[in-house]
Ligand binder design. Structure first.
Ligand code: HEM
Length: 487
């Protein structure tokens, strides 16, 4: 027999909107999960939504045959920018299939992208780490050990430029390795995240646009109508970002290359059944999708890692020792990356406690009963709250809230219950950039561990969250002291 799904008290018309945290929705979800447990229901301006907080429910909802991705209200707003791009496409949209086939299902494309993380210098990676670590090299080192660093901002710059360069070679023609060494030349880099003191215009537009997408969703239409300046800014940001993507596409058409990056792949591949190519609009949608999906996520992951590593000095020391042993004090080499199991465990544990994409939505194809007792009507959005599911003591034990990379070591990760660790989503709509992000973060964080000792500016800092499309630490400020490398 089914039992009702708990629901917080609601008020007429707006339902449970007031229970949500307007600025940081995840905080509201965490509070509600503490109050209502493994499952609860919300009504938001007439829409019903179920939140699943246990690992068992996450496992049940991870079944492509019974549940399909829901492009929720916030993502529908994001569609105003990226339309049927991979992330926001409705399941039945044809362009999703073509784009996924051309970019996502081909491991070769992503392997190739990985090579491009080692971009510009295919033979060895020292210069790559210089590139990825520009922020650290140029800002962290240049400004000295007392300089106050906002790591989220710096990692965002690094991740945005890395995805732009690797997936669409978005940089000046002929910009070569040397440009990363000689700073002035880099000012030509068009997204130019590395060499501007302020956040680059594109990153600012994207952050503002995504934040506004979330705010709009829970604004009654009348309130929205009375906010013309917010609407104007939203439109300006949308147009600016679209114009950047158009420019990238036009430049590639004007200067074709045989590079196997995502842009060329999309330009050249066709649906094997219909022979249809992606239209220019669909390519622009996906270029913007890669920029959005591919930078805040990796940047958030590195920011959480930074927080947990500083908070756990013993772990930080172990990690530095591992990196020192593997590199022998020499610049990192590509082959070193596969010899860092402790770093991989730190990455997994950071993504468990700080899943930067903290929720995904699916809906049952047919009526179902969840957890053996909760009836859910077909089509009802179910939000899988990775922030909670990945802290479920039933799987992770009584110390589930503690940062302990050892739980991911020595074969323990491989023997976790299915889908217990799921920061990259699941199945046909799972993350296509997973291995790319993994290599990127390995490389950058190994280099950070090798080169710097990190500390909080405020030693009593405790994790607070900020949220756009993804979640990351709020007001985290650190100092980076260059290490004297052992010979
Ligand atoms: C999908 C997480 C990096 C591109 C997803 C999803 C998650 C996720 C949870 C599923 C969303 C859903 O079901 O609604 C992450 C995390 C990352 C990361 C935690 C880094 C730490 C990247 C990168 C790229 C990327 C670097 C770009 C190359 C995408 C795309 C999708 C996606 C295009 C949509 C796939 C589809 O629906 O077919 N990601 N991601 N992600 N991700 Fe990532």
């Amino acid at each position: 027999m089914s039992v009702p799904i708990p629901q917080p008290p609601k008020v007429p018309f707006i339902g449970n909107v007031r229970q949500l945290d307007r600025d940081v929705p995840i905080n509201g979800f965490i509070l509600l999960a503490k109050q209502y447990g493994e499952i609860y229901k919300l009504e938001l301006l007439g829409r019903t939504m179920i939140c699943a907080n246990s690992s068992a429910l996450q496992q049940e909802l991870s079944d492509d045959a019974k549940f399909r991705k829901v492009v929720g209200a916030a993502l529908v707003q994001v569609r105003n920018l990226v339309g049927d791009g991979l992330f926001t496409a409705f399941n039945e949209e044809e362009n999703w299939g073509i784009a996924r086939m051309s970019t996502g299902s081909s491991a070769a494309i992503f392997d190739n992208l990985l090579c491009q993380i080692v971009f510009l210098c295919p033979l060895s990676i020292p210069s790559t780490s210089e590139i990825c670590l520009k922020t650290c090299k140029i800002c962290w080192e240049r400004f000295g050990p007392e300089h106050v660093i906002d790591p989220s901002e710096d990692f965002t710059r690094v991740a945005l430029d890395t995805i732009a360069l690797c997936s669409m070679e978005y940089r000046c023609a002929k910009l070569a390795l040397i440009c990363f060494v000689h700073l002035k030349a880099l000012t030509q880099f068009r997204l130019n995240s590395f060499y501007t003191d302020d956040q680059p215009k594109f990153a600012v537009a994207m952050t503002d646009f995504l934040k506004e997408c979330f705010l709009r969703v829970n604004r009654p239409a009348l309130v929205q109508a009375m906010m013309p300046s917010a609407t104007r800014k939203y439109e300006e940001d949308r147009k600016y970002m679209t114009s950047v993507a158009e420019q990238i596409l036009n430049e590639r058409r004007a200067n074709p290359t045989d590079k196997k990056d995502l842009l060329n792949t999309m330009l050249n591949s066709a649906d094997p059944k219909t022979g249809r190519h992606l239209s220019d609009q669909a390519i622009i949608n996906n270029l913007l999708t890669f920029l959005i999906a591919g930078h805040e996520t990796s940047s958030g992951m590195m920011s959480f890692m930074t927080y947990y590593l500083i908070k756990n000095p013993e772990t930080w020391r172990k990690l530095q020792n591992e990196v020192d042993e593997v590199t022998g004090g020499q610049p990192l080499q590509i082959q070193d990356l596969s010899k860092l199991p402790y770093l991989q465990a730190v990455m997994r544990e950071s993504l468990r406690l700080g899943p930067t994409a903290p929720a995904r939505a699916v809906a049952p194809v047919e009526d179902v009963v969840l957890g053996g007792k909760y009836f859910v009507k077909a089509g009802t959005p179910c939000l899988i709250q990775a922030w909670m599911t990945q802290r479920d003591p039933a799987v992770w034990g009584p110390d589930a809230n503690e940062f302990r990379p050892e739980r991911m070591l020595d074969g323990k990760f491989e023997t976790l219950p299915p889908n217990a660790w799921q920061p990259f989503g699941f199945g046909t709509r799972g993350c296509i950039g997973r291995s790319f992000a993994w290599q990127e973060v390995l490389l950058i964080m190994a280099s950070v561990a090798q080169k710097f000792d990190l500390s909080f500016v405020d030693p009593s800092y405790n994790l607070e969250l900020q949220m756009g499309l993804t979640v990351k630490p709020k007001d985290l400020r650190i100092k980076a002291k260059p290490r004297v490398l052992k010979p």
